[in-house]
Design a binder for this molecule. Structure first.
Ligand code: CDP
Length: 212
């Protein structure tokens, strides 16, 4: 029961992944990106042309899957997948499926690693409520949109800042207002403000880990 679970939650583009990667390297923990699972599932649903509004069809499809690949692919980060993912992630049976996947992955990993750092939206509030350290990442919407815009341009995608800003707001709305596992600040979470330099963020993280 000494497993170290660290949850890193926050809105779209708040830099959870970079923060989780930093923690993973520094504290030798396995990093699980839960958003990647939601993105991979969305990609499969679209590829197989599953009508996700039809509960039966979706249910049978989810049952036909044994596990989801954790392989990263740039297609999974495209805006079209991002937008669809935030819609598909509101469906209760989808969340149940992904939550089970996460628990299975973590259980397996903990056989060989001392702990895991998991980033997402509902990790500290729902999936791993007993996480030893819970972080919630906060960044102003304008800064998130600017960073996302820059990232898309670097990836060679077309990007219009005002559209990205609108999309981020829409995704925030989907994540915060959904009935099941909305994006909330988990109880006992430490708020990390990632609006400034990464050095500043690291300082806040290391302070949070002092309580270990
Ligand atoms: O990289 P970004 O923060 O934009 O998104 P992500 O973490 O890769 O997650 C993609 C989408 O999956 C989000 O917009 C959420 O709607 C959904 N998601 C979720 O609902 N719950 C999680 N634990 C992780 C992701």
């Amino acid at each position: 029961m000494n497993d170290l679970i660290v949850s890193v939650d926050g809105p779209s583009g708040s830099g959870k992944e970079r923060i989780a990667k930093y923690i993973s390297n520094k504290y030798n923990l396995y990093h699980l990106d839960s958003g990647l699972l939601y993105r991979r599932l969305t990609y499969l649903i679209l590829k197989k042309k599953i009508n996700f509004n039809n509960k039966n069809e979706l249910f049978f499809f989810l049952n036909s899957l044994t596990s989801l690949s954790l392989k990263k692919h740039k297609t999974l980060r495209k805006e079209v997948i991002s937008k669809r993912t935030s819609i598909i992630a509101t469906i209760p049976i989808v969340r149940e499926f992904i939550n089970n996947q996460q628990k299975l992955i973590v259980k397996k990993i903990l056989k060989s690693k001392k702990g895991c750092v998991i980033d997402g939206r509902d990790i500290g509030s729902k999936v791993f409520k007993n996480a030893k350290i819970k972080l919630f990442i906060k960044v102003k919407t304008e800064i998130r949109a600017k960073r996302r815009h820059k990232q898309l341009i670097e990836q060679g995608e077309k990007s219009i800042y005002s559209k990205i800003f609108k999309d981020i707001n829409l995704r925030d709305k989907n994540d915060k207002n959904r009935v099941v596992s909305p994006l909330v600040v988990p109880k006992k979470a430490i708020i990390i403000d990632n609006s400034y330099s990464f050095k500043n963020t690291i300082f806040q993280i290391n302070k949070a880990f002092k309580k270990l």
